[in-house]
Design a protein around this ligand. Structure first.
Ligand SMILES: [Zn+2]
Ligand SMILES: [Zn+2]
Length: 275
C-alpha cells in the first residue's frame, strides 16, 4: 500500500468485506497541520451491506463515489446504516443516505432522529448491547462503547472478521507530510501514536480529564479480549490491524492526556494567540 498514490488508496479493504471510505480533514493545532479522518466503513455480507457512520458533510461526494465504486465491484446492496452517535462527523449524512437508499433502515443509536426526520421514523430501529443485524454470513452487533462522546453511543462489531467500530474511541490524527493518508496505523511508522492520541483526547474528549483512564483502558482490554477483536476501525484514527502491538500505544496517550489540564479547543487556542 505504501507505493500506491494517496488518491488511489481508498476505498480500502481493511478486512475481507470491510471497506474504509472517506477522506482526510485538515486541522490546525499549535501552529502545525494535522490530518484527521471522519471515516465511514462499509461491511458487506452475502445479502446486504451496512454503512457504519456517514462521514463529514464535506466528504459526502467522496463517500458516494466510493460507495458506487464498491457497488460496481459487486458488494451486496445497502440495506442498513449504523451510526455510533449523534454528532455531525458521524451522522451528518443520515438524511441523505436514507433518501438515496430508500430500502435502508437506520440502526444503532437512533435517539431523537425521529424529530429531525419524521418522514423516516418508520425506518429507524434502536439497538441495545448484543443486538445483531444479519447481513448474510456475518452480522453487525451493538457492543459496549467504552470510550464515548455521548451517553447514547453504541459501538459496532462485525462478527465474521471480528472488526470493532469504536466511533470516537481510538481517535488520533496522522501526518500528511509523512504520507500517512490512507495507511493503517502499523504502516504509518513515523506516527507518534501516544502523542496524537493524547492531543485528540485533550481537544475532543474533555471528560478524560476527570476520569481514571486506567480503569477505562482495563475495560477496553476486557472488551477486546471478550470479543476476540482482530481489527479496529475508528472513525477518526487510522485503522488498527495489529491489536496487541498498537492498542497499548493509544492507551498510553489516553493516560498521558488525563494527567494534563485541558488546553481548550482549536478555536480558543487561536483566539488567545491573536490577542
Ligand atoms: Zn467523533
Ligand atoms: Zn491525511
Amino acid at each position: 500500500m505504501l507505493d500506491v498514490p494517496v488518491a488511489q488508496r481508498m476505498p480500502r479493504e481493511i478486512a475481507p468485506g470491510v471497506f474504509w471510505i472517506g477522506d482526510c480533514l485538515v486541522q490546525r493545532h499549535k501552529g502545525g497541520e494535522y490530518h484527521g479522518y471522519n471515516a465511514a466503513f462499509l461491511v458487506s455480507g452475502n445479502d446486504a451491506s451496512i454503512l457504519v457512520e456517514t462521514g463529514h458533510p464535506k466528504d459526502f461526494p467522496v463517500i458516494e463515489r466510493h460507495l458506487n465504486v464498491l457497488f460496481e465491484r459487486g458488494v451486496a446492496p445497502l440495506k442498513f446504516l449504523f451510526v455510533t452517535h449523534q454528532e455531525t462527523p458521524h451522522c451528518g449524512g443520515l438524511g441523505r443516505v436514507l433518501k438515496t437508499f430508500p430500502d435502508a433502515l437506520l440502526v444503532g443509536d437512533v435517539s431523537d432522529y425521529h424529530l429531525a426526520f419524521p418522514q423516516y421514523e418508520h425506518r429507524m430501529r434502536s439497538m441495545k448491547e448484543g443486538d445483531e443485524i444479519d447481513l448474510g454470513g456475518r452480522s453487525l452487533m451493538a457492543v459496549e462503547p467504552v470510550i464515548r462522546d455521548l451517553r447514547t453511543t453504541w459501538w459496532g462489531f462485525d462478527t465474521k472478521e471480528r472488526v470493532l467500530f469504536p466511533g470516537d474511541g481510538f481517535a488520533y490524527s496522522h501526518y500528511h507530510e509523512d504520507g500517512h493518508c490512507g495507511l493503517v496505523a502499523e504502516e504509518a511508522v513515523s506516527l507518534d501514536l501516544p502523542d496524537v492520541s493524547s492531543t485528540f483526547a485533550d481537544l475532543a474528549l474533555f471528560w478524560t480529564k476527570f476520569a481514571d483512564m486506567n480503569v477505562y483502558c482495563d475495560r477496553l482490554d476486557h472488551l477486546i479480549e471478550r470479543l476476540g477483536v482482530k481489527t479496529i476501525a475508528p472513525t477518526h484514527g487510522l485503522p488498527i490491524t495489529d491489536v496487541m502491538a498498537t492498542v497499548p500505544k493509544v492507551q498510553e496517550g489516553l493516560k498521558a492526556a488525563a494527567l494534563k489540564p485541558e488546553s481548550g479547543t482549536n478555536e480558543k487556542t487561536s483566539m488567545v494567540a491573536a490577542e
